[in-house]
Design a protein around this ligand. Structure first.
Ligand SMILES: [Zn+2]
Length: 178
């Protein structure tokens, strides 16, 4: 039985779409296939990252090129704006769009800085990098980056454990061997 009015149905569909936007799904499926496991839309982290990989201490944002102003530089006085192939700012209501996109850009930077201070790595995957021709390459390099981060985190921890208790000895031993 269908108890939703057309308007309610429309709202539901819109909510579902905004939650599972296609580019995000591509990243989720691509990472899952490559053996990565994640949490979605972590509400307690700044910016509600689209994917959170705790084991890798990494947040992934999947950004739409238009809304987040990919490759677009907006000067504070709006004097010079460089369009990009994937983010063309409309000429109609231009000031409105410039202000909106600039705000989004600043918020993105701010949220990622907050996450970095909390010890999280942040990776942004752009919509244009997920076009069919680039998709697999993008996902491969994402997987590579994650493995690299894991290794780095791990080495760092290992170095802390080995070097901190008796750092001088280890350093001296190394020198002797060289
Ligand atoms: Zn783009």
């Amino acid at each position: 039985m269908d108890k939703l009015s057309p308007q309610q149905r429309h709202n539901n569909m819109a909510a579902i779409r905004s939650k599972d936007t296609k580019p995000e799904l591509i990243v989720r499926k691509g990472l899952w296939r490559r053996g990565f496991r994640y949490r979605l839309n972590h509400k307690r982290l700044p910016g509600h990252p689209d994917l959170v990989l705790r084991k890798y201490r990494t947040c992934i944002f999947v950004n739409g090129c238009f809304w987040h102003g990919h490759h677009v530089t907006i000067a504070s006085d709006d004097s010079e704006v460089q369009n990009s192939p994937c983010c063309k700012i409309p000429h109609t209501n231009r000031q409105f769009w410039l202000a909106k996109i600039s705000r989004n850009q600043h918020r993105d930077i701010d949220e990622q800085q907050q996450l970095a201070r909390m010890g999280w790595h942040c990776i942004t995957v752009w919509e244009c990098e997920l076009k069919p021709k680039l998709r697999e390459q993008t996902l491969d390099s994402l997987a590579y980056t994650l493995n690299h981060i894991f290794l780095q985190n791990h080495e760092f921890r290992y170095a802390e454990e080995v070097l901190l208790p008796n750092g001088m000895d280890v350093a001296a031993e190394r020198k002797e061997r060289n």
